[in-house]
Design a protein around this ligand. Structure first.
Ligand code: NAD
Length: 260
């Protein structure tokens, strides 16, 4: 379905981004990976997923908090892949703290990586998408883009902002073949969430298993984690022709979190 298209997935060396990259590759898309840490294992996983289509897999290590590096990543995408057809803004970080002790530098980092980076990637991707009259912009927001939790002020603000950005871009591209949508996951068991489980276990003097049960029980009625593969399948749907007129939505996949 996506043979000949190129997808740039930010923050795709682990977790949800990697799961989405694998699902897009399995539909034939070439993939540009981005993110920190080991590159070889994720690259091999995406190559294996796209094996049947001989997908090309590249990597650029832009730090998504640095606009100049994002510009360099798009120059790389143009030179090596002929541009970006599918943009998945997924890179994200979390910091948990009450507002009065929230470190200002953590606020700046969360806003830069979870929100401003998407402004930069979208502004750089849209001209090429317009010239082809086809494009998909998929922003990984969160249930926290729709409702808040205490002690996550920067993350909640960034994710609400990302949904606003998604809608504005959807309107600006509404008469074109470009769509802009957000995906709002509930809890997904990735390194980002494992850290919160470990912190909770340490603070409460409980086991990691108990902390995991408590975490799910507080917010996610299904009591099950959403998986990166399920989110990848939703991204694939948004890239399909059935998604041509899905525009400006904030689609929750959250085990019932925001239904409460
Ligand atoms: P993760 O920590 O497993 O992965 C984050 C990815 O972003 C990694 O590849 C990391 O290297 C990369 N990254 C971090 N800072 C970066 C930077 N400055 N520049 C470039 N890359 C950077 O996290 P995850 O849980 O897979 O989260 C992915 C996205 O999904 C995030 O936007 C997160 O807010 C969102 N999300 C996650 C959950 C969840 O429960 N895990 C729920 C809702 C939304």
């Amino acid at each position: 379905m996506l043979k000949g298209k190129t997808a740039l997935v930010t923050g795709s060396t682990s977790g949800i981004g990697l799961g989405i990259a694998e699902k897009l590759a399995a539909q034939g898309a070439n993939i540009i990976l981005n993110g920190f840490g080991d590159i070889e294992v994720p690259k091999a996983a995406v190559l294996a997923a796209g094996h049947a289509f001989a997908c090309k897999v590249g990597y650029h290590g832009a730090d998504m908090s640095k606009p100049d590096e994002i510009v360099a990543m798009f120059a790389y995408a143009q030179a090596e892949f002929g541009g970006v057809d599918i943009l998945v803004n997924n890179a994200g970080i979390q910091h948990v703290s009450p507002i009065e002790s929230f470190p200002p530098e953590k606020w700046d980092a969360v806003i830069a990586i979870n929100l401003s980076s998407a402004f930069h990637t979208i502004r750089l991707a849209v001209p090429g998408m317009r010239s082809k009259n086809w494009g998909r912009i998929i922003n990984l927001a969160s249930a926290h883009g729709l409702v808040a939790s205490a002690n996550k002020s920067a993350y909640v603000a960034a994710k609400h902002g990302l949904i606003g950005l998604t809608k504005a871009v959807a309107l600006e591209t509404a008469t074109t073949g470009i769509t802009s949508n957000a995906i709002c996951p509930g809890w997904v068991l990735t390194p980002l969430v494992q850290k919160q489980i470990d912190d909770r276990a340490a603070k409460g003097g409980i086991t990691a298993e108990q902390a995991q049960r408590d975490l799910l029980g507080e917010k996610q009625p299904s009591l099950q984690f959403v998986t990166p593969g399920q989110l990848g399948d939703l991204a694939v749907f948004m890239c399909s022709s059935a998604g041509d007129n899905v525009r400006g939505v904030a689609w929750n996949m959250d085990g019932g979190w925001v239904a409460q």
